[in-house]
Design a protein around this ligand. Structure first.
Ligand SMILES: [Zn+2]
Length: 103
């Protein structure tokens, strides 16, 4: 991370992070329910807003994912979007599954 604003509380300059591919506002009803993928004001960097291949990207801290010390952003960047797609599919399936429904 290159720098932070004055209201950023959980990250500091130099932290290793990746940016969630969907930038959300955190204040709409969907975000408040934890359904960020349905954010009323969500946008993808490089598609509906500046970013993507830009050298710098301005986002809220809620859109950042902290990386452990053993991983560099360069190592995981290609997997971030694809990994989240698989994660959301699995997470959605888990909600509709229970031990009683497995056969
Ligand atoms: Zn939202």
């Amino acid at each position: 991370m290159e720098d932070t604003g004055t209201e950023v509380r959980h990250f500091k300059r130099g932290d290793a992070v990746i940016v969630h591919p969907l930038i959300t506002d955190g204040s709409c009803p969907a975000c408040r329910r934890g359904n960020d993928m349905h954010c009323e004001n969500g946008s993808f960097p490089g598609i509906a807003r500046d970013g993507g291949f830009a050298q710098y990207l301005l986002v809220k801290e809620r859109n950042l994912v902290r990386l452990p010390d053993t991983v560099t952003p360069k190592q995981v960047a290609p997997h971030a979007d694809a990994g989240l797609t698989a994660y959301h599919a699995a997470n959605k399936a888990v909600r509709s599954c229970s031990p009683a429904t497995s056969r």
